[in-house]
Design a protein around this ligand. Structure first.
Ligand code: PEP
Length: 248
């Protein structure tokens, strides 16, 4: 079976009640390609509200969660809480979590393991910085970040989407060229074939993220190993509809 295109919107710490309502209204009008899975990554405080107004064709993701079910972890939310309000997805390991909040590979892996154990689907983010790319270390970095996830994911790859997001392309307006993105996606797939299994390599969906817009989405979407996008800034705008429809 082919890999279903999956487009995530990462709203980050943006929006208020009116804006998130307007975004969902825009998505409802769409029209959105029914063959594409659409997931919106919502600030924790609006998760339950957005979950209550989205149509069933749109999934809702938290942008982070903690690695245990409950307890003295002020400010955190758990996968059980995300499930409890009806959402089924979480974004983990985003580069902003890694760089601003100091999340390392092992913590991201623990979070991924706990989220999967609790029945969430995970968008797991990986990607190199500009310095790492310029030093020729792109593959080394994304393989290391993916390797850290392998024991955490175990046999649960069906509930994981990998998001390759070069850090230098996030929020900068500098998109990876389709060739640059395709090359990393293809290398990741070969790495997965060698280090996990041929089945996982063939079936796991790998999103590209980093300054995706309506203007560049079609060309990126045409690459054979790009199975969707994780979209930041443009997911707050009506052009997100065109990005979802990029394979049409
Ligand atoms: C992101 O936040 O994951 C992202 C890719 O942001 P942007 O699309 O704004 O670069």
């Amino acid at each position: 079976m082919g890999r279903k295109f999956v487009v995530g919107g990462n709203w980050k710490m943006n929006g208020d009640k009116k804006q998130v309502t307007d975004i969902i209204e825009t998505l409802k009008k769409g029209p959105l390609d029914p063959n594409v899975e659409v997931v919106v990554g919502v600030p924790a405080i609006y998760l339950a509200y957005v979950q209550s107004i989205v149509p069933s064709s749109i999934e809702v993701a938290a942008q982070n969660c903690w690695k245990v079910a409950k307890g003295a972890f002020t400010g955190e939310i758990s996968p059980a809480m995300i499930k409890d309000i009806g959402s089924n997805w979480v974004i983990l390991g985003h580069s902003e979590r890694r760089t601003i909040f100091g999340e390392k590979d092992d913590l991201v892996a623990e979070k991924v393991a706990h989220a999967l154990e609790n029945g969430l689907k995970v968008i797991a983010c990986i990607g190199e910085t500009l310095e790492e790319r310029e030093a020729g270390k792109t593959e080394e970095v994304v393989f290391r970040q993916t390797q850290a996830l392998v024991p955490a994911i175990g046999s649960n790859w069906g509930n994981v989407v990998l998001a390759y997001e070069p850090v230098w392309a996030i929020g900068t307006g500098k998109t990876a060229t389709p060739q640059q993105a395709q090359d990393v996606h293809a290398s990741l797939r070969s790495w997965l074939a060698k280090n996990v299994s041929a089945d996982v390599a063939a079936s796991v969906r790998i999103q590209y993220g980093g300054s995706v817009t309506a203007a560049n989405a079609k060309e990126l979407a045409a690459c054979p190993d790009i199975d969707g996008f994780l979209v930041g800034g443009a997911s707050l705008k009506p052009e997100f509809v065109d990005i979802v429809n990029a394979t049409k």
